[in-house]
Design a protein around this ligand. Sequence first.
Ligand SMILES: Cc1cc2nc3c(=O)[nH]c(=O)nc-3n(C[C@H](O)[C@H](O)[C@H](O)COP(=O)(O)O)c2cc1C
Length: 204
Amino acid sequence: MTTLVVVSHSDPHSLTQHVARTTADAIRNMGGDVDIADLHAENFDPRFSKDDLNLFRGNGTPPTDVSAEQDRIDRADDLILVFPMYWWSMPALLKGWIDRVFVSGWAYEFTPGSEFVKKLDRLTVHLIPVAGDDADSFERHGVYEAFRTQIERGIIEYCGATLGSTTFVHESDTKSRDLLAAEIRDLSESIAARVAYPATATSR
Ligand SMILES: Cc1cc2nc3c(=O)[nH]c(=O)nc-3n(C[C@H](O)[C@H](O)[C@H](O)COP(=O)(O)O)c2cc1C
C-alpha cells in the first residue's frame, strides 16, 4: 500500500511537520510505502491561475505542476493531509493545492445535462488538523460541524473519496510536550495501522 502525506507548514521544526514525519515513519515501520509532499519546501504555487480557470471552464490541459500532483495522488491508496488550523479552516497554501489539483475531469466530472461523476472513489483520505484551541471551544463554536461540512463533505465526499479518519491535535501551543508526544505517537500508530491493514481497521 502506498500513502501520500501532504503537509502544509513553513517551519520544518513545527509541531505540524513533526506530526507528518512521525506518521510517515509509523507507516514505514509497518511496511508501507510513503511519499511526503511538503508544499512549502517544494514551493507549490497555490494561486488559481488563468490556466486553472480555463481548465475549470473546460478548455486546455492541467498545468504541469498540477498534473504532477495528480500523478502523485494516483500512485497512492491513501492520502493524509497534515495542517495547522488557521481561522477555523486549513491554511491558504493547502486550500490552493486542493483548488488547483482537485479539478473537474480528474477529481470529478461535471457536464451540464449529464450525471455527476465522482472520480476519487479508490482513494481514502485521513485528516490531521493541528489546533491551538481546545476541543470544548471547537464544539461550542460549531467548528467541528463546519469542518465536516466544508472539508469532509464539501471536498472529500464530493469527489467520492472515502473519509478514513479525522484526528485533531488540540492545544498545540499550550499542552505539555510529553502529553503532545504521547498523543502524536498514538495517532500516528493508529493511522498507520489503518493504512497498512485497511481490511482489519474499523472505520471512523
Ligand atoms: C494565521 C493563524 C490562524 C490561526 N487560527 C487558528 C484557529 O482558527 N483555531 C485554532 O485552534 N488555532 C489557530 N491558530 C493556531 C495554530 O493552529 C497553532 O498555532 C498551530 O497549530 C501550532 O502548531 P505548529 O507548531 O505546527 O505551528 C492560528 C494560527 C495562525 C498563525
